[in-house]
Design a protein around this ligand. Structure first.
Ligand SMILES: *[C@@H]1O[C@H](CO)[C@@H](O)[C@H](O)[C@H]1NC(C)=O
Ligand SMILES: *[C@@H]1O[C@H](CO)[C@@H](O)[C@H](O)[C@H]1NC(C)=O
Ligand SMILES: *[C@@H]1O[C@H](CO)[C@@H](O)[C@H](O)[C@H]1NC(C)=O
Length: 604
């Protein structure tokens, strides 16, 4: 393979030829016409030619809405030679019969222009099996190009035949993207490309589950929807989150029970990942994904903060003027994502799906708090926990190892946990009885901040005490409630800080064992950002000294750690967002607007 491959001469003004005007051929034709190329449709059947032309003329404008290009002209041909004359690309979509494919490529090799790229839509044959009649030189310009069913599915997979010029791939990826298709490249020859192999595994195991009578179609489909469609889970990220050591351990059971080869599963994980300390999200070496994924995200212009404006500093403050803002890394407001919220307070982003979860406090003291969810892709807002169940939900935390949301309920005097869809709502701490007036008014029982550390097996919460009162505390307890114990009388609760000015929100850095919190109490020690070191069990003794990282905020509330970039973002009700270093770099103002009052903050 020479590295001197150059794109076909003047390809922009030359046609794309499609062999086969059937269901798929005419759709492929439509894609290339909508990308601005003239299209030559070749089919021996006059009826297919007529129908193919009609389809393209009817639909190309629709396809072109995505490309923004002027639609090319379409001609139909009976003769192969005429159809491919002067074309820069020929895509064969002739019926899936191997002899027909072999003959077609033999003809194309001699008849097509010398610089023309030749593609096969076949998925059941590798193009290497169709090269019998192709010259050695001809093989390097042939590749597989497999479309699904456009326009419903615009994915196209490209694959080498083992001889294909490498330079063809970046060039074709660009051309495909300009035609509003989504190209993926199989880096080697592979029966079934990439997607069909994924699908093959799913089909095989589904059929086996059915054959063994373990489940029924309705329940398999419903389970799939819950786990993958709603949860938005993807295979490689999920394995990194689960941990590759755990994945290998589980896989070794199947290997043993079914007498499978361990070569491409357990052994592969062991040799390429586990032995190098690459266990997934939990290890600094990364896993299937490299560890610098976060840094890359940061460097790119996609890096965004999302922040809640409680709405009480707006020109016309009301109980429904809260909103979610997206703010670029340089501090400029980008846009308002959601409006008309009732005192929003806590915000998290699900790292797996990009969905935002937040709490609306509602009217403090009334059972009208709620938890909501926003999907940036669909822009849909869903209610996770409707009003009528919880009182004044505050900070939210997300545990992506168990797919749970945690939140404190201030006037509810408790801490809750639930699934991402709000189901299995359970109280895990009850600091007092909200029905009893003396408890309800005792702000030392008001739960506000929350953080969860799945690796340490702990969660943490604040009980803020009276405003600027110096009676604030931070507690921790086990993620698994001790068997048989009630949230009001758990034996595993530790008070790890007490006598604080007025602690509010929490964040935990599990990798380095630090607990961070904001405090909106009296200056000089209140209105500050603080941290304390935790031991390997996630605990800390009274003797462990806290560190004061930054001071002089204006009623500080929210914080969000960005450990990889040595930063923590802090909000205050004065309408400011600050960035502070984790190890002493002073705070710098990122954004300020006195008509806003910020609470929760997260990174998109
Ligand atoms: C290729 O195109 C032909 C003609 O439309 C079709 O019959 C065949 O199923 C296609 N092959 C694949 C793998 O999509
Ligand atoms: C809390 O968890 C730790 C381990 O993380 C365990 O040793 C301890 O017994 C648990 N406490 C209770 C009361 O269950
Ligand atoms: C705090 O924020 C409020 C509201 O924006 C503002 O009026 C006040 O001047 C700020 N105070 C300080 C000390 O910055």
């Amino acid at each position: 393979m020479s590295s001197s491959w150059t794109p076909p001469n003047d390809y922009e003004s030359r046609p794309v030829a499609i062999l086969g005007a059937g269901v798929l051929g005419r759709r492929i034709g439509c894609i290339w016409a909508s990308a601005g190329f003239d299209v030559h449709l070749r089919d021996p059947s006059p009826q297919q030619r007529e129908d193919g032309i009609a389809y393209i003329q009817e639909n190309a404008v629709l396809y072109a809405q995505k490309t923004g290009k002027k639609v090319g002209v379409v001609h139909a041909f009976e003769s192969l030679e005429d159809a491919i004359a002067n074309s820069w690309l020929v895509i064969e979509a002739v019926p899936e019969k191997i002899q027909l494919k072999i003959d077609t490529f033999g003809e194309l090799d001699t008849l097509a222009p010398a610089d023309c790229i030749l593609a096969s839509n076949s998925s059941s044959y590798k193009s290497s099996e169709m090269l019998e009649k192709v010259s050695e030189a001809g093989k390097s310009r042939i590749l597989n190009m497999h479309y699904y069913m456009p326009p419903q599915c615009m994915v196209v997979e490209l694959m080498t035949n083992g001889h294909t010029e490498e330079g063809i791939f970046p060039f074709m990826i660009d051309r495909c993207k300009k035609g509003a298709t989504l190209p993926y490249v199989a880096r080697k020859q592979s029966t079934g490309f990439i997607f069909n192999r994924l699908w093959a595994a799913v089909k095989r195991e589904t059929l086996t589950i059915l054959a063994e009578g373990v489940s029924v179609p309705e329940e398999i489909d419903s389970l799939w929807t819950e786990m993958f469609v709603k949860g938005g889970a993807t295979p490689c990220k999920t394995m990194d989150n689960v941990g590759l050591d755990t994945v290998a351990f589980i896989e070794s059971h199947y290997v043993e029970e079914r007498g499978l080869s361990s070569e491409n599963t357990v052994d592969y994980l062991q040799a390429c990942y586990i032995n190098h300390g690459r266990l997934g999200t939990k290890s600094s070496q990364g896993g299937l994904y490299p560890p610098q994924a976060v840094e890359n995200k940061c460097a790119s212009k996609d890096y965004r903060l999302v922040v809640l404006d409680i709405g009480l500093s707006s020109a016309t403050p009301s109980m429904t003027s809260g909103s979610i803002l997206e703010i670029s890394a340089n501090g400029q407001v980008q846009k308002s994502l959601v409006e008309n919220q009732c005192l929003p307070d806590g915000l998290v982003v699900d790292p797996q799906t990009g969905r935002l979860f937040w709490t609306n406090m509602g009217i403090p003291g009334k059972e009208d708090g709620s938890v909501l969810c926003y999907n940036p892709e669909t822009k849909a807002v869903d209610t996770i926990i409707p009003t009528g169940k919880i009182n004044t939900p505050k900070q939210l935390a997300l545990d992506s190892t168990s797919n749970k949301l945690y939140f404190s309920d201030r006037e509810g005097l408790c801490v809750y946990r639930c699934n991402f869809d709000g189901t299995e709502l359970e109280k895990i701490v009850q600091a007092g009885n909200p029905q009893k007036l003396e408890d309800a008014e005792d702000t030392r029982k008001w739960c506000v901040g929350i953080a969860v550390a799945p690796r340490l097996g702990k969660f943490y919460w604040t009980q803020k005490g009276p405003s600027k009162g110096g009676q604030g505390r931070i507690f921790c307890a086990n993620i698994s409630t001790p068997v048989g114990e009630l949230p009001c009388s758990r034996s595993d609760i530790d008070c790890i800080r007490s006598g604080l000015p007025e602690p509010i929100d929490l964040e935990v850095d599990e990798s380095n064992c630090w607990l961070y919190w904001t405090d909106r109490g009296e200056i000089p020690f209140g209105n500050s950002l603080n941290r304390v070191h935790l031991n390997e069990f996630g605990q800390c003794s009274a003797a462990q000294k806290s560190e004061l990282l930054a001071r002089n905020f204006n009623e500080t509330i929210g914080l969000k750690l960005d450990v990889e970039n040595d930063a923590v973002y802090v909000t205050d009700l004065g309408g400011s967002i600050y960035r502070c270093g984790l190890t002493g770099e002073p705070k710098s103002l990122l954004y300020a607007d006195s008509t806003r009052a910020f609470t929760g903050i997260a990174i998109l």
